[in-house]
Design a protein around this ligand. Structure first.
Ligand code: FMN
Ligand code: SF4
Length: 422
């Protein structure tokens, strides 16, 4: 042994936990979901489970949040469960508005019961008395599916906990967990300063657990099939499967499910059918707020522990591809403009960073010479952790990574700059 990090265990099977093969189309009904064991986990939990045992099972499964930050789900639950308040709440966060990501929308629309079962289980695990499914205003299909699923549950007498649907505004920050809480309270959907964290003081000042909808669908699977079965899928530190969204850049766009340990090459070629324009992949952006991975990383097993050393992460799985026809400087400008437009204006460092990023990158596009890399790095370092939410860091990751990964493209675009001397 050389003492270096152990390679993750790669499973050869590709189980689909959340997106089963189906013989029907349209939203999965209660009958269909029950026919594949849906709600068995909840029934078992209600019959002979305890909240402590459920939290321990989810901890043993190694489930981490799928909203992007990969926080261990059971640790978040423990915070609310041990808060000492009598009234607690849970929220399923489906406020997805990251360009290129469509998995929460797809999951809620096609498999609403998996999300609702997970939400009720999260309620039991944290001692919550009410749950919300948070969507955004333009999610008409997911909303209709969720409403129909709630009616089915009500008719079947299976509503273990009252659940309301809330529609937040169609903005990016409205998906941040404290912005979600503010939106449900009827206030502007902007992030709040933390601490206090939602698990300590959330909705209406009561301890509240916010979980991504995909995370909750995994909770339902774990309650049905056991922690061991879940932990057997994936890699050393990244368990289970992950949903990915592939856009029109590939031949088969859509939402795909792969276990951790699979590779971006498999995702792009096997699931996506390769690039629609037939060009080879030059780089992958695993999600808008992550660092780029180069073609040489296409066979790296996808896992938190393998992508972090490469300056990236699987994020929320909204994959963007770069080929040899992509203008990478224009792509960096597009990403920077998105964050500049979507930042909510509350924190001066965030406003400054996101505006300056666009300004500096546009100067590169206009051939105004070198010095941009240092300026971008200085700005990111100055702003780091100075916002109410992590949008500051999310905006910096792809921009700094683009300058690093595509150094020659940036240098060529920036040109030599104004001549000095004489
Ligand atoms: C700007 C911003 C936008 C976010 N948007 C979403 C979102 O649309 N959906 C989501 O689940 N989490 C989003 N998050 C992360 C949430 O704040 C939170 O971490 C997540 O909902 C927790 O669920 P999880 O632990 O199951 O991942 C966002 C975070 C930030 C900073
Ligand atoms: S860091 Fe940016 S997006 Fe987050 S609250 Fe502050 S200004 Fe808004």
């Amino acid at each position: 042994m050389d003492g270096g990090p152990r390679p993750p265990t790669i499973r050869s099977v590709h189980p689909r936990l959340l997106l089963p093969a189906r013989t029907t189309t349209g939203p999965e009904t209660l009958a269909e979901y029950r026919a594949r064991g849906g709600y068995d986990g909840l029934m078992r939990q209600l019959r002979d489970g305890t909240p402590e045992r459920l939290r321990a099972d989810v901890a043993a499964a190694g489930l981490r949040g799928r909203g992007g930050a990969a926080f261990p789900t059971a640790r978040k639950w423990d915070l609310a469960a041990r808060s000492g308040h009598d009234t607690r709440y849970v929220v399923a966060n489906g406020g997805e508005h990251e360009p290129g990501s469509n998995k929460d929308r797809f999951l809620v629309e096609q498999h609403p019961h998996a999300v609702l079962e997970g939400l009720m289980l999260a309620g039991i695990a944290t001692g919550a008395t009410k749950g919300w499914l948070y969507l955004i205003e333009d999610m008409h299909g997911p909303r209709a599916s969720a409403e129909a699923a709630l009616r089915e549950l009500d008719d079947a007498g299976m509503m273990h906990m009252p659940i309301a649907i809330h529609l937040g505004p169609t903005t990016y920050v409205a998906g941040e967990e404290t912005a979600v809480l503010s939106a449900i309270e009827g206030k502007p959907a902007k992030p709040r300063k933390k601490p206090p964290y939602p698990g300590e003081q959330g909705l209406f000042e009561k301890p509240t657990t916010v979980n991504n909808t995909e995370t909750l669908a995994h909770v339902a699977w774990i309650a049905r099939n056991g922690a061991e079965a879940f932990a057997a899928i994936g890699t050393e530190q990244s368990k289970g499967t992950l949903l990915f969204t592939l856009g029109e850049q590939v031949r088969r766009p859509g939402v795909h499910e792969l276990p951790f340990g699979a590779t971006y090459r498999e995702l792009i070629e096997r699931c996506g059918g390769g690039l629609a324009n037939g060009r080879p992949v030059r780089a992958v952006l695993p999600a808008m707020s992550c660092g780029f991975l180069l073609a040489e990383h296409l066979d790296v097993p996808i896992a938190y522990e393998t992508l972090r050393p490469l300056g990236s992460s699987p994020g929320c799985g909204g994959v963007r591809l770069v080929d040899d026809t992509t203008d990478v400087v224009a792509l960096a400008v597009e990403i920077a403009e998105f964050f500049m437009q979507e930042q909510c204006g509350q924190c001066p460092p965030c406003r400054m960073e996101t505006n300056q990023f666009v300004h500096i990158l546009k100067a590169v596009q206009q051939g105004k010479g070198p010095g941009y890399a240092e300026k971008l790095q200085k700005l990111a370092a100055f702003s780091h952790k100075k916002g109410f939410c992590s949008l500051i860091e999310m905006a910096a990751a792809p921009v700094l990574s683009a300058v690093r990964c595509f150094a020659d493209d940036f240098a060529a675009a920036a040109g030599p700059g104004a001549p000095t001397g004489s």
